[in-house]
Design a binder for this molecule. Structure first.
Ligand SMILES: [Zn+2]
Length: 299
């Protein structure tokens, strides 16, 4: 299994519910449990500004480069602007591109980062500066390595930026399964949106996800992007669903197994995760990597 990761993902954004330390902790967890022995780690390079410009508007990118975001734009982003923050997110976006390439070459890859699905073409919001998955879709298309993609977004929050970016693109199938009564307030339609009630648990979640997944894979994608958010977890600070550790692992196995059976390569990004206990977030993300290794071996 190819794992994309950089120690530089630990960006200093002050005291924040988004613990950028989680990425390194996931790697350490995998090392301690022996799973890292089955992986090779790829160090990414930052996404170029030209890569970003395939998705994001020049005005927005210029504001980020020069530190010219308005106070409203910074407030909407919900992370403080700094040159280091911008570089950190540019690197993480490069990580998703690298993981997407590795998945196309080897059938599967995991990015220990990414999943910034709230970033729109012309602005960032909700801790998401660049829409890394959209940038990776366009990078691989520009390289002629991708025609159709499916984006399976299992973060507890709706993938609003991704849905808006690909709203008029018939070759990108967007699926979002999320808590209905949660951020973002306005949810631009994905191809399939599954709006779940507060407190939805493992069984209903998996029953609702399975047929939608079949439909996404039925669109004959060349690559599936799986946003394996840890925040549908019952003890998440920003989520109101009730999945257990075991339920989240079954979700991962469902998505990864379905893609493997359909012989579609998968690239995993971690997306959100804000459990009250940071170690729970780390355990959930590490379990996703383990399930990806198992699914890849079953190919
Ligand atoms: Zn989230």
């Amino acid at each position: 299994m190819r794992l994309v990761y950089s120690a530089k993902y630990r960006v200093d954004i002050g005291t924040h519910v988004f613990a950028t330390a989680k990425y390194g902790l996931v790697l350490e967890h995998l090392r301690a449990s022996g799973w890292l022995d089955r992986a090779s780690v790829i160090e990414p390079t930052a996404a170029g500004w030209d890569d970003l410009a395939r998705v994001h508007g020049r005005v927005y990118l210029d504001k980020l480069r020069r530190g010219h975001l308005t106070p409203y734009e910074v407030a909407r982003l919900e992370v403080p602007w700094s040159a280091e923050t911008v570089e950190g997110f540019r690197l993480m976006t490069g990580g998703t591109i690298a993981a997407a390439r590795a998945a196309r070459d080897h059938g599967a890859a995991v990015h220990l980062g990414g999943g910034f699905h709230h970033a729109f073409r012309d602005h960032g919001e909700g801790f998401c500066v660049f829409n890394d998955v959209a940038v990776a879709v366009e990078a691989l298309r520009a390289e002629g390595r991708l025609r159709r993609a499916a984006i399976v977004d299992c973060d507890v929050h709706h993938g609003n930026g991704t849905a808006a970016i690909f709203a008029n693109d018939p070759d990108v199938f967007t699926l979002s399964i999320h808590q209905a009564r949660n951020y973002p307030a306005i949810k631009p339609p994905s191809r399939i949106d599954i709006h779940l009630d507060d407190g939805t648990g493992d069984e209903e979640y998996l029953e609702r996800l399975a047929p939608a997944l079949d439909e996404a894979l039925g669109s004959s994608p060349d690559l599936v992007f799986y946003l394996a958010g840890a925040d549908p977890y019952f003890d998440d600070q920003l989520g109101g669903l009730a999945l257990t550790l075991q339920g989240l692992r079954r979700r991962d196995a469902l998505v990864l197994g379905a893609a493997a059976r359909a012989s579609v390569p998968v690239v995993v990004t971690l997306a959100g995760g804000y459990a009250r206990r940071l170690e729970d977030t780390v355990t959930i993300h590490a379990a996703t990597v383990e399930e990806a290794c198992k699914a890849a071996r079953a190919l």
